[in-house]
Design a protein around this ligand. Sequence first.
Ligand SMILES: Cc1cc2nc3c(=O)[nH]c(=O)nc-3n(C[C@H](O)[C@H](O)[C@H](O)COP(=O)(O)OP(=O)(O)OC[C@H]3O[C@@H](n4cnc5c(N)ncnc54)[C@H](O)[C@@H]3O)c2cc1C
Length: 363
Amino acid sequence: MRRTSPLILGAGPAGTAAAIRLAQGGAQPLILEAQVEKGDAICGGFISWRTIQSLEALGLAADDLPGHPVSRVTLFCGNSVGETPLPAQAMGISRYLLDRMLIDRAVSAGAGIEMGVAAKALHEDGSLSLKDGTTLAPESLFVATGKHDLRGLGRGRFDDPAVGIRVRLSPHATLGRLVGGAIELHLFEGGYAGLMLQEDGSGNLCMAVRKSRLANAGGSPQALLSVLGEAHPHLAERLAFLPSDASIDAIAAIPYGWRTSETRPGQFRLGDQAACIPSLAGEGNGLALASGIRAAEAWLDGGATASCDYQRRFADATWRPVSAARTLWHLAESEGSGKFLIKATQSAPFLAKVAASLTRIGH
Ligand SMILES: Cc1cc2nc3c(=O)[nH]c(=O)nc-3n(C[C@H](O)[C@H](O)[C@H](O)COP(=O)(O)OP(=O)(O)OC[C@H]3O[C@@H](n4cnc5c(N)ncnc54)[C@H](O)[C@@H]3O)c2cc1C
């Protein structure tokens, strides 16, 4: 049967992974990306060993990824500090660089991409409106718009949702010594801040905080950073490398823990639009790549009608990592249980390894 080319919305890890695998399988996918030029997505940039395997499956060898090596996790909560090795080597890489590498790979595999073209709404009959007024009727649509919902395909509203905030700390020898090869998780009431060095030696400080916590701190990311800096000396030591004119990126209402097994024939939901794993686990990029690969393989085998089966299977595959990550996130966002987590991982380091493997997506 003749198949028309799949249309992919979004050039993040999910959309580009689907494009690479579809093009490798002989299809001619087209990606529509809302941004005119790909920016640096709000993301901690932690690339787990499992995510590295998916990148390798897409033809991006670990040795070609110029990320900063990360081999341990350091937890901070009040005065408690605990450190434990990761089960395998991970890395810190900016999403700016990672997304560029994935787009280049997709294009060299034969995918097309149009930048600055934003989808606006998806209609009951399967047609798609673009912001420029065009209407399309794709037979196969891969929805990989990540953090941004399309009208007609929302993920619902959540009580006191998480807000994502990201700042960059300037590269400095002292910052390099403080953080080294660790992914740092600074736990506090109502949220956490993750910090890691990236390819250029800068620190990517990425936080997920409850909306109510942000409101209590004065409502602005700047106010929150200064309240946290006063209460948490380890974090304050690192915030000393925040340039005075630093820009602060933020994203509201992240539906952590949401997953779906439902879709319509011809519509494949990928990445955060399929399952939104709490970022503390550092596996959102891994889930996004895995969804893109699996959806593309389902399409190559069965065409547009394979979407419902793919969506059910992907929802099953993400149940364990998303549930485990949600439990960890809830434990980490209260100071009492955060300190308990540190004690537990120090007295029984295997617990950290168990948590790390439960929050990865299976093969
Ligand atoms: C605070 C925070 C920290 C995180 N830290 C980590 C981490 O350290 N490690 C990790 O693995 N994961 C982390 N994550 C999760 C990770 O960022 C996401 O899971 C991942 O980006 C999902 O990839 P995606 O391709 O689905 O979406 P995205 O990366 O969001 O990409 C979506 C793309 O679609 C485009 N787009 C959006 N709307 C439209 C539209 N209407 N039309 C066309 N294009 C559109 C966007 O411009 C974007 O390029 C973090 C998330 C947050 C919020």
